[in-house]
Write a protein that binds this ligand. Sequence first.
Ligand code: ASP
Length: 224
Amino acid sequence: SCAPFGVMGLVFRSISQLGLRSLFSYGRLILLLVGTMLFVALVVNPLLAVLYIRKNPYPLVFRCLWRSGLTAFFTRSSAANIPVNMKLCQEMGLDEDTYAVSIPLGATINMDGTAIYMGIVTIFAAEIYGMPLPLDQQISVLLIALLASVGTMGVPGAALIMITMVFTQVGIPLEAIALVAGVDRIMDMARTTINVLGDATAAIFISRTENDFDPQRGAALQDE
Ligand code: ASP
């Protein structure tokens, strides 16, 4: 229950050290994060789903993806969303042999939203602390963020702890956490949604490659 006060203290300390101008960069950071995640959710994932599904019924698939994303948004936990995601995969017509493996595995290691978040926030923090990173270092930050996201647990707020590992690797002071701790709850909602949608998209892809995607089976389940 003391956490909000601790976060408030850290935020004030950072702003007093870095100046009010850091708030503008902060606004840009949030816009960039939200924009990138919306791009993945509204463009990349649907595009991949359309490519994989081809002749199958898109409305059914998108209805399922939408419901799955919504639950992830409010639970902020990929792990808690496993049963929901599996049920929706079943309603889409995927075979149980496929989604029963790929969804729990994805909820553990496939965290695209978290990787995007860690990468962008680390580059931002480095800039704020006056250590702009050249392109090769930016690429290695993205790779470290990707690895850290694989190790992140599917529970609320896990990335805020794991990002300290990325900061340490890059040499950014750990107080930089204060820059994002205040909005972590909202950011967690966004990145968990992207994580979970990525798991469902991967399940669709594997089903296609295994030729066990049967939309009629899913439609029949929905009519029951
Ligand atoms: N809450 C995220 C998830 O469960 C993990 C994180 O990014 O904090 O997928």
